[in-house]
Design a protein. Sequence first.
Length: 254
Amino acid sequence: MYDETGAASARFLHWLAGETGGVAGRRVASAAYTHHDRCSLELVEGVVDRLAALGWIAVHNDSGAVPPLVSPTEAGLAEARAWDEAYADRDARRRYAKAALFAWWDRAGQHQSGEPNAEDFLWAPEAFYCGRQLAFEDLEYAKDHLSLPTPVRVGVAEDGAGVFLSFEQLAQLVQASRPDLSEGDNEVRQVREMAEALTDASRRGAEPDEGMLQRFLQHSGELVQVGSRSVGSMGRDMASGVVSDIINSMLRLG
């Protein structure tokens, strides 16, 4: 499920680093972020709690302000610099854009009639990677390299019908949700190879091997979950969340 506080935390830390000029210990009113991101004070309080627990900001309660004054720590500034370096990796950014666009497409389709307008994605919370907004060229790449379906729901309807992704589509989403891993990574390669084997069997008209299917889903789920817990992964919460939901639904139906 999309984690609004987690995604906003990356944006907040990037904003705080800019507001303080990259100086650790320089205080800023965290409430000012509501005007920057057009969000609620409650969300800012949640963000402050999360970043403070990670040791990336310091909280100053002496002013009595709610939410409080905060300042970046050296660890937080180092994290923000690492995110800037990660954002500069175009291939990783574009892999993320594909997963995030799919996640937003699915989420937006639940709340409006007709298909969402892909350009609206750039103004959505999912359009931020490592605390920074994706470029329009990233959206164009994602649109050109991702077949957007009508909103996908993995489940069984009252009449027994269901909408499912192919094994290869799911493997692509798993890989896209882990832009920190290269295409040649052993774990990613295993997911692709199992998806190919399951697809080949289905094309021959054979039932998928139950053991391989379970290994494929479990391995894919573990790969996504590890990515969502990794350091600096807040900007990827929305991408991993939708993939996890799909995999968990498939496991329940298996």
